[in-house]
Each structure stands twice: as C-alpha cells, then as structure tokens.
Design a protein around this ligand. Structure first.
Ligand code: TMP
Ligand code: ASP
Length: 240
C-alpha cells in the first residue's frame, strides 16, 4: 500500500490518500489540544498508543458485528481505513456524569446516570461544537432520520461492548465521543478514533483518571495513564 498526498490534517491525526481507491491511511500524532484548541501541548508517544488502542477497540467492535472504517493496523502511528464522508455530528455517550454534563446540570462528577445519556454536537471548531438535537439535525439536513436511527442504535451497542471489555480491565467507561461516516455506497459506519483522547476512563477501584483529562486538567502522568490503558487492554484481549 502506497501512502500518497495528505488530504486533511486535524488536531490529533493526519489523513492520507493511498494508491487504493476508497482506502485512506490515518496517521496519529502526539499533539494534544483541549478547550477547542486554546490549550496546546504534546503527549509523548500518544500517537503510537492511540493508534494501538483504537485498533484494538475497532477490531473488537468488528468482531461483535459493528461496522467500522477500520481495515488494519499498519505500523506504530498508522492504520488503514475505509474512505468515508464524516457525518458532521459528534455523538457523546455518557454513563457517569463528568465534564460539561456535570457542569451544565449541576451534578457532582461521578454521579451514575440511571439511563445512558446520548448527546449530539455539531462538528464545528469555529462554533465550539454546540450541542444540537434531532430536530436541528433534520432541519440542517446533517443526516437523514434513518441514518440517525442507525447512529443511535450503533452508539448504544458500542457502549455495551466497550463497557464489558473495559470492566475486565478494571476501568469504568464514564463517557466518550464517536463520529460516524458514510461510505461511497451510503452505508453508515463508525469512523474517527476511540482512545483516551476521546473517552473518559476511570480506574474502577481508585477512580483515578486514565485519559485526556490528565492533560486538560494538568494532573500529570499523562503518558503513564495512556500506557496503562493499553497494557490492560492487551492483557484482557489475547492476540490484540
Ligand atoms: P465533555 O464532557 O467535555 O463534553 O466531553 C464528553 C466526552 O467527549 C469526553 O469523553 C471527551 C470527549 N470529547 C472529545 O472526544 N472531543 C472533544 O472535542 C470534546 C469536547 C470531548
Ligand atoms: N479535542 C478538543 C480540542 O482541542 C477538545 C478536547 O478534547 O477537550 O479542542
């Protein structure tokens, strides 16, 4: 597989064309940003760890029947994925109150939700990813009603699968963000990444944060936390 010109550079990843139609190469960077790019930094080897962690999650999800863009882990920093057009809606799944949900609703961080909460945000750096609902999504024609039904169902299934495997790792899945894409044939599949950059992971017993909140909140030991998530996943999933 040949890596051709760069199509897009985001805050944490670069996307390249390849010599195969409909296959892109994703390269994971060490760059870290928070608060819509206002805080910038580097997390040593983050690209390598997130590429591996995301590969493990995508492979597991595929095995459990979830359609994703993942093709294969190529090397330290890159994976091959199916080309998609990203649906400009970020899907946030919450099991435990934290971050903006805790703030917005005046809940103490750590409050267990009686039912899983789904939120949608418009994917727009310019506007700071404002929260939207199904009416906005339909009104702005961001996705069809059928596509939103698929996205909602898949997001909840993904939550169940990830919670189960993370539980075996002694990790609580507090919340996470997903992005979906449309293939050339109009199929909705999971895209982007699943990693400590896009999830909140808490140690089940100590409640210690094992994700990007360590960077956002200057808690230190950021690299160690990512490494520990990877170590536990590799231990829990043989041949990961
Ligand atoms: P929030 O509490 O800041 O709204 O974040 C909810 C979840 O979404 C959390 O797991 C972190 C993730 N997230 C991203 O992946 N990208 C983002 O740009 C933001 C703001 C949150
Ligand atoms: N990735 C987002 C940004 O830079 C925010 C975050 O993850 O907190 O701005």
């Amino acid at each position: 597989m040949e890596k051709l010109e760069m199509l897009y550079e985001g805050k944490a990843k670069k996307i390249f064309k390849t010599n195969e139609a409909n296959v892109y190469l994703v390269e994971y960077k060490d760059d870290a940003t928070a608060f819509n790019g206002q805080k910038k930094g580097t997390i040593q080897s983050k690209g390598i760890m997130n590429n591996k962690i995301a590969s493990i999650f995508f492979k597991l999800l595929e095995e459990k029947g979830i359609k994703t863009h993942f093709i294969k882990h190529v090397d330290d920093r890159s994976m091959l994925v199916k080309a998609v057009q990203i649906v400009p809606v970020e899907v946030i799944v919450r099991n435990i109150a934290a971050g903006t949900l805790a703030k917005r609703l005046g809940l103490e961080e750590g409050t267990v939700m009686q039912k899983t909460v789904l939120e949608f945000c418009l994917k727009s750096d310019e506007l700071g990813d404002p929260m939207i609902n199904n009416y906005h999504i339909a009104a702005l024609d961001l996705a069809s009603e059928g596509e939103m039904e698929t996205i909602t169902k898949e997001a909840l299934k993904i939550n169940d699968i990830l919670r189960e495997v993370l539980d075996k790792c002694g990790i609580e899945l507090v919340d996470f963000k997903l992005e979906f894409g449309r293939t050339k044939d109009g199929e909705i599949i999971l895209a982007d990444e699943i990693s400590p950059d896009t999830c909140r992971f808490w140690d089940k017993t100590t409640k210690e944060k094992m994700d990007k909140d360590r960077f956002r909140r200057d808690l230190g030991k950021v690299e160690d936390a990512y490494q520990e998530v990877l170590r536990r996943l590799e231990e829990a999933i043989p041949n990961a």
